[in-house]
Design a protein. Sequence first.
Length: 246
Amino acid sequence: MRRRIPNASDRRDYLTPDRLQQLTKLQKIIKTQFLDVGLLDQAFTHRSFANETNFRIEDNERLEFLGDSVLGFFAASILYNQFKDIQEGSLAKLKSKLVSGPVLTQICKKLGLIEFIRFGKGEKDSGINNERVMENLVEALIGAVYLDQGLEACKSFIFPYLKKNIAEINEMDAVRDYKSLLQEHSQRLFKKTPKYTLVSDDGLDHDKIFIVRVEMPDGSSVNGTGKNKRSAEHDAAKKYLTKGKK
């Protein structure tokens, strides 16, 4: 038999004084005062707990679905406004990094959110250290904040974490795919792609230095070096974009 989705009154009925005390502490940690504290409780209710209780309660999976979309919207918005010269393909890569599992897990651990989730019997020992559970929990929390507080309040809640991670991403050359950026630049200016040519690969087999030249459709070129051909191509593209052309 399909379980009826509970309303706010249903959720409040099963909130014990101890649970309300926990949720009060949680709201102080996330710096958000909920209008419907039962919605916050739902975000911190694992499916294993909902399946075992006698109350008509809903687990956090629907909130997780909603929170994933809300998080994606905010991530796309901030990237679009901050990286004005980066095209869609590279923005998509940055977005996937920004909302990735490790980032969400880091947020969960930093705030200590996992201690507030309710698991069913036998699930807590494995679930409390499960990074996938942590990722889902953060997404469910975002969904709950959005429903309870609205879009602007949700933005204020999540943006500080997004901005911090964007700053870290911006410092990592590996995240910024310079070959893709240069290809987009070349397509935009010349409607053609750059050409990479191996200039040399000197040294012992286990310690070679590769030199690759990237040549643009207008004839300008830059050499890059690396421990393999791919890293030399990346270096050449980076030098072209950051240091100018010959």
